[in-house]
Ligand binder design. Sequence first.
Ligand code: ADQ
Length: 488
Amino acid sequence: MQSDFLVVANRLPVDRNVDGSTGEVTWVPSPGGLVTALKPVLESNRGAWIGWPGATDEVAAEDMPAPEDAGIHMVPVNLDAQDFAQFYEGFSNATLWPLYHDLIVHPTYDKRWWERYQQVNQRFAQAAADVAAKYATVWVQDYQLHLVPGQLRDLRDDVCIGFFLHIPFPAPELFRQLPWRRQVLEGTLGADVVGFHTQDSARNFMEALRAMDYSVQIMDDSESANYLRGARLPEGAHVVGTVALESGRQVKVGVFPISIDSAKVNAQANQPTVLAQASDLRSRLGNPKVLIAGVDRLDYTKGIQHRLEAIEFLLDSGRLTPEDVAMVQVATPSRERLDDYQRTRQQVEAIVSRINGNHGSLGRSLIHYLHSGLPFEQIVALYAAADVMLITPLKDGMNLVAKEYVACHSDGSGALVLSEFAGAATQLVQAYLCNPHDVESIADALQLAIEDAPVNKVRRMRQMWDHLQEHDVNRWANAFLQQLREVE
Ligand code: ADQ
């Protein structure tokens, strides 16, 4: 089947379950904002989604769920164990991920990983070329697939290609470390529209191109200079620059801050069953005066240790009374075979036990730590129950947890403490912002979030909810696709 609209992403939006005794294979949808936003477009355009099914054994195309069951035509790109180690864990997550998150840990530059990255990207590009109808629109997602736009253009110059980076793009002087920097930029420029969450990332990308002698036009510098970090983009202003290629083609560079399905999350949070779960959770935690929550993938970029140290600092200095607080930190296991992730887990767990050892009492822990994913309904119940959401990434493309929390508090309850280094801080400007590299800054923001006058708290949360109601994930997808359509 040929498709007019294709999404190419590292993962397919389904998980495969194999029954241990019968061997029967079933597919479970893995719902995320991206699927929700793109489903209508996929359904009305004979859409297809190209991605890895999530296991390292071979999955045949005919083994995928039928489009009429899944609502989307799913096209598998298989990865074997070595692809997984070198393309996914290696180049994607031990080279690009740390490089793009400002070297929180050291990236590894390994030529074999790079070669494998090129090969696997080529496979994704070939799969897209095979499925795309004449003049189709193809939207490539994220850092695992930087080269796909260029490789696909070489195979099919009739299609219109978009590329969106879900993580930050680093400053040009950091990006320069990458031995294959030119190839990564060239691959990306196979797209007609390249999108980022923030002005900073878009600007970094364009400066990296300029440094390599590309002809880059940054829109209206004087105006965009007013919209640096911490400020909002002017409404509707998405394209912030263009790159003129020698071939005569122009690439648009834009800022498209992703969001969530705000109305849906809000409705979920207001369901009686979820409200009951939230109040049950509070009572199981001993009905603390202040319930603080953290929800993340267990990743060194998320600053989980830093927020725990800030709580410890407040407790040690007597600015927080142990009996008054409880914290729930849910950390989903992620990339567990990588050393840096194992180290982060050890550090987090050491601080949790130190705080509980020093400040807990018999029968009462202060920090309730879960090393697991939870069904989204339980995450929503936790959001609804929490008085303060503590989000302290050292660097984050956007951070959807911040937006989900706000959507669960449309009545103005709750408080959001948010790192300045999350893309979300450029939009949720009424949050209690903090610098996660400075324990006292997190501690001060947390204390203010707890003690601020109720009228201030309500105003902040309501303003953020107003913003989210308008800026939901559909608006994000439509804004990007609109720019692509203009190219067509
Ligand atoms: P992530 O780094 O994964 O995404 P984030 O944007 O916060 O980070 O999204 C995490 C999602 O996973 C949220 O929807 C959250 O509800 C869910 N989640 C987190 N912990 C969970 C748990 N323990 N159990 C169940 N669900 C959990 C990358 C970038 C971000 C960017 C997004 C989207 O790193 O910066 O915002 O892509 O572009």
